[in-house]
Design a protein around this ligand. Structure first.
Ligand code: HXC
Length: 510
C-alpha cells in the first residue's frame, strides 16, 4: 500500500510541476504567478478541489507523443470565495503556452457543465496562446465546445474572466462571451491576431501592449471591465466582485452584514448641487454617500465616463447603479455610454439585481459623428435594456432630466417602480435657454424680453412638480434622506412579480 501511495504522490507532483522549473521561473520573472499560485490567492485557503489532474492530451503529430504533461495545461475544479461555491479553471502558460487542446477543452467543459447544474459561477483565469497549433481542428472543435457552453451558461450563472497573460484567438472569444473581464496591467494582452499577423496583413506596426494591453481594452475598446496592477491585486478584486454577485439566476442577491444603518442621513447631499445649472459636480460622490460603508465597485471606470456603472450594497443587499456623470460631457448620453449602461442593466436583470438609477442628463449628445455612428441604434439599446428589465427599479432625478433622455433613464413610463426627484430636479423637453430660443426666435434680438421668457419657462418647468403633479414622480425627497428612502423603496419591491408576454427571446437592437 505504501508504494501505491508513493506512486500516487509522484504522479501528483509531476502534474503540479506543469511545464517544469525553468518555465515556472520564466513565468515568475515576468511578474506572473503560476496557475496554481493564482488559485491559492483567488480561493479560500484549503477549499480547492481539483479535478482531472491526470488528464493527458492524445495528440501524436509534430512530436507531441513524446511531450505529455499531466493536466494538459489547465488546472480545473471548484472551491469557495468567502464560503460560497465557485467553479474555476486556471490555464498554465508553462505547458505549451497554456494553449487549448481537445482534452484541455474537455476539462474546462466539465467544470462549466457542473457549474450550470449546480448553480455556481465560473471563474476562468486565462493565460493562453489560443488553439493548440499541433492539434488543428481538434483544438478548434474544443474551443467551439467552450464557446457553446459560454452561451448556454449566459444568464444562468455569472461568468468571470481574468486575463493574466497573452491571450490570442479562441482565448479571447470565450472571455468575450462572459459577463466580466478583468485584466492585469503590463502582463496581459488580448487580441484576435497578434502584432506579427497585423504587420503582415495591414502593415501596421504595434506592440502587444498597444494592440491589446489593459489600457487599450479598458479605455478604447471597452472589452475589459477593469485592470489592476498585478496578479494578486487582480485576484483580490475578483473576490470583491464575486461577493456582490448571486450564485445563479435562481439565487437571490447575497446580503452581507454591513457596518452601516439603513436610515443614515447624509446632510452633505443637500448642498452638492451647484447654484448654476451649467456647473458640474461629481455623481460618484453621490453614489459613495448613498452606499453601505461607502463601498462602490465601479465597472468600466475608464470608458464612457459620462455614465457610471457598478455595484453598491443597501442594507447589505447588492444593488446595481447606473448614474449620469455631469463631470464628463455634462452627463450627456452618447453611443458609448448607452452601450456601457445597457450591457450592465442586462446583467443585473439576468441575475435579479435591483437597479438604482441616478439621473442628471441634459439629453443625447448632438453631432454628425454620433448620428453616423448610429446613436439611434445604440441609444435604443439603453432604452430597450431599461424597458425589458423586470427587476426592482428605483430612480432618483438629482437635477436635469431633459428630453428623450428623461424617458430613457428609468422613467416611470418605461416601468421603473419608484421614481423620486430632489427639489433641484428639472424635468423638461429641454433646458430653458434652448427652449426659449426655439419658441421665441423672433424676439431673440430683444435681450430683456428673452430673459423674461427664459424666466417664465424656468418657473414653469425647471422643477420636479409638473411631473409630480401627474404622478410620474412619486415624491420629491430631501437629498439628505435619499439613502433611507431608496433603501425602503427596494425593500418594498423584494417580492415584485411581472408577467411577460410569451416569446422565444426579444430582439434588442445589436
Ligand atoms: C501551441 C503554443 C501556442 C499555441 C504558444 N505556444 N502558443 N503552443 N499552440 N497556440 C508555446 C510556444 O511554442 C512556447 O513553447 C510556449 O508556448 C511559450 O510561447 P512563447 O511564444 O515563447 O511566449 P511569448 O513570447 O510570451 O508569446 C506568447 C504568444 C505567442 C503571444 C501567445 O506564443 C503566440 O503568438 N502564440 C500563437 C498565438 C496564436 O496565433 N494562436 C492560435 C490562435 S487561433 P516552448 O516549448 O518554447 O516553451 C485560435 C482559433 C480559435 O485560437 C477560434 C477563434 C474563433
Amino acid at each position: 500500500m505504501h508504494e501505491i501511495i508513493e506512486a500516487l504522490d509522484k504522479r501528483r507532483d509531476a502534474a503540479r510541476l506543469g511545464g517544469g522549473e525553468k518555465r515556472i521561473a520564466t513565468q515568475h520573472s515576468k511578474g506572473k504567478l503560476t496557475a496554481r499560485e493564482r488559485l491559492d490567492v483567488l480561493l479560500d485557503p484549503g477549499s480547492f478541489e481539483e479535478y482531472d489532474m491526470f488528464v493527458r492530451h492524445r495528440a501524436t503529430d509534430f512530436g507531441m507523443a513524446d511531450t505529455i504533461i499531466p493536466g494538459d495545461g489547465v488546472v480545473t475544479g471548484c472551491g469557495t470565495i468567502n464560503g460560497r461555491l465557485t467553479y474555476v479553471f486556471s490555464q498554465d502558460f508553462t505547458v505549451f503556452g497554456g494553449s487549448l487542446s481537445e482534452t484541455h477543452a474537455q476539462k474546462i467543459c466539465k467544470i462549466m457543465d457542473l457549474s450550470v447544474q449546480n448553480g455556481a459561477p465560473v471563474i476562468g483565469l486565462n493565460d493562453s496562446g489560443g488553439a493548440r497549433i499541433q492539434e488543428g481542428v481538434a483544438a478548434l472543435g474544443g474551443y467551439a465546445e467552450v464557446f457553446w457552453r459560454n452561451v448556454q451558461a449566459s444568464g444562468a450563472i455569472p461568468q468571470i474572466s481574468v486575463i493574466m497573460g497573452p491571450c490570442a484567438g479562441g482565448a479571447v472569444y470565450s472571455p468575450a462571451m462572459t459577463d466580466f473581464i478583468y485584466m492585469v496591467k503590463d502582463t496581459s494582452y488580448m487580441f484576435v491576431t497578434g502584432p506579427d499577423v497585423v504587420k503582415t496583413v495591414t502593415n501596421e506596426i504595434v506592440t502587444q501592449e498597444e494592440l491589446g494591453g489593459a489600457s487599450t481594452h479598458t479605455k478604447i475598446s471597452s472589452v475589459a471591465d477593469a485592470a489592476f496592477e498585478n496578479d494578486i491585486e487582480t485576484l483580490l478584486e475578483v473576490r470583491r466582485l464575486f461577493d456582490f454577485l448571486p450564485l445563479s439566476a435562481t439565487d437571490k442577491v447575497p446580503v452581507l452584514a454591513v457596518n452601516d444603518t439603513a436610515d443614515r442621513a447624509e446632510p452633505s447631499l443637500d448642498t452638492i448641487i451647484p447654484d448654476s445649472a451649467s456647473k458640474p459636480y461629481d455623481m460618484r460622490e453621490v453614489i459613495v454617500k448613498l452606499a453601505d460603508e461607502g463601498d462602490f465597485l465601479e465597472l468600466q471606470r475608464d470608458f464612457a465616463g459620462n455614465i457610471l456603472t457598478g455595484f453598491i450594497r443597501l442594507d447589505g443587499g447588492t444593488v446595481g447603479v447606473v448614474a449620469n456623470q455631469p463631470l464628463v460631457l455634462a452627463g450627456c448620453l452618447d453611443i458609448n455610454s448607452s452601450k456601457k449602461a445597457a450591457r450592465f442593466i442586462r446583467f443585473c436583470d439576468s441575475f435579479s439585481i435591483p437597479i438604482l438609477t441616478l439621473v442628471d442628463v441634459p439629453g443625447f449628445l448632438p453631432g454628425v459623428a454620433q448620428e453616423y455612428g448610429g446613436i439611434i441604434k445604440h441609444g435604443a439599446k439603453l432604452l430597450f435594456a431599461y424597458a425589458e428589465a423586470t427587476v426592482p427599479k428605483v430612480t432618483v432625478i438629482t437635477r436635469k432630466a431633459y428630453g428623450g433622455a428623461y424617458d430613457v433613464m428609468a422613467s416611470k413610463h418605461i416601468r421603473a417602480d419608484v421614481n423620486y426627484a430632489w427639489p433641484t430636479a428639472e424635468i423638461a423637453v429641454m433646458g430653458a435657454k434652448g427652449a426659449t430660443e426655439i419658441l421665441y426666435r423672433s424676439e431673440l434680438s430683444d435681450k430683456e424680453k428673452i430673459a423674461a421668457r427664459t424666466k417664465e419657462y424656468e418657473d414653469r418647468f425647471a422643477n420636479p412638480f409638473v411631473a409630480a403633479e401627474r404622478g410620474f414622480i412619486d415624491d420629491v425627497i430631501l437629498p439628505r434622506e435619499t439613502r433611507r428612502r431608496i433603501t425602503r423603496a427596494f425593500s418594498t419591491l423584494r417580492r415584485k412579480k411581472v408577467a411577460m408576454p410569451v416569446k422565444k427571446h426579444d430582439n434588442i437592437p445589436l
